[in-house]
Design a protein. Structure first.
Length: 274
């Protein structure tokens, strides 16, 4: 249990979607007192209602009656501008703003909310199971205490890296923010390849899923570089080596992933300009 989370509140979460709920559940499980969490969502999902019921939390349709210590913006970037306008009365002199909206820059957050005490971050969906990877960058007026409070909130759902340059957040978004989708697509591709080789679809998918789950667990358990772990699986002139000759060819997996990450970064930058 995090001692920091026990004294951090109140925390107001704007948007109780999948990512917002994943963060909220992580906070509560790590020690944030339920009475220090305020959920705001005009159309809460069944999952949001279940969380509220589990912890006896009210869900408010709008943010009123409280200036929180931490205001967390967990709505889609396309609708963030009008949401921030409605939140101006909520931002007090003691409020730290944490945004997980992709592409919305610190300058935009500062201008819209009239405060420099802002943090941008990009978590990813494994935060739902406490295995998240979040990148964060601090605004100009964030103090050491502010940063520590935000760090405690983010670490409740996984690991955190703090970036010096805001420009690096678009690259991080393209790698770890979107990365789980790339891994899931790899599972789909591996299962499809198994089917092509004659395996039943259910068995091919079971093999693909558990292979990725097991490989990820090995990555977590063994601090060796990924290249070393790869070499440990690969016998010279063996079966794995034959497959890797295709994947590691000049037109193989590395340049393909590079193009995918570059496209994701470009889109993140576009969202920040729109």
């Amino acid at each position: 249990m995090s001692a920091a989370l026990q004294t951090i509140g109140p925390v107001m979460l704007i948007g109780a979607g999948k990512m917002g709920l994943a963060l909220a559940r992580g906070w509560l499980e790590a020690g944030l007192p339920p009475h220090n969490l305020v959920l705001v969502d005009p159309s809460p999902s069944e999952a949001a209602k279940e969380l509220a019921q589990d912890y006896e939390l009210p869900i408010h349709a709008e943010a009123v009656g409280l200036q929180p210590n931490v205001l967390v913006l967990a709505v889609k970037p396309q609708v963030l501008a009008p949401v921030m306008e409605s939140l101006l009365p909520v931002v007090g002199a003691h409020t730290v703003v944490l945004s997980i909206a992709a592409g919305i820059q610190l300058a935009q957050l500062t201008a819209a909310l009239q405060t420099g005490r802002v943090v941008r971050c990009m978590p990813n969906t494994p935060a739902q199971v406490g295995k998240g990877m979040t990148g964060a960058v601090a605004g100009s007026d964030i103090s050491a205490a502010d940063k520590a409070a935000v760090d405690a909130l983010l670490r409740a759902s996984g690991k955190v890296v703090w970036l010096e340059s805001e420009g690096d957040l678009d690259a991080l978004t393209a790698v770890s923010g979107s990365g789980p989708a790339y891994v899931f697509n790899l599972v789909e591709a591996l299962a499809a390849a198994g089917e092509e080789q004659g395996l039943p679809a259910t068995i091919a998918m079971q093999l693909a899923r558990q292979t990725v789950i097991g490989a990820a667990a090995l990555l977590e358990a063994d601090p060796a570089p990924a290249s070393v772990l790869r070499e440990n699986v690969t016998s010279p002139k063996g079966v794995t080596a034959e497959a890797l000759a295709v994947l590691m060819a000049p037109d193989g997996l590395t340049p393909l992933v590079g193009r995918a990450v570059a496209a994701a970064r470009q889109r993140s930058e576009e969202l920040g300009r729109s």
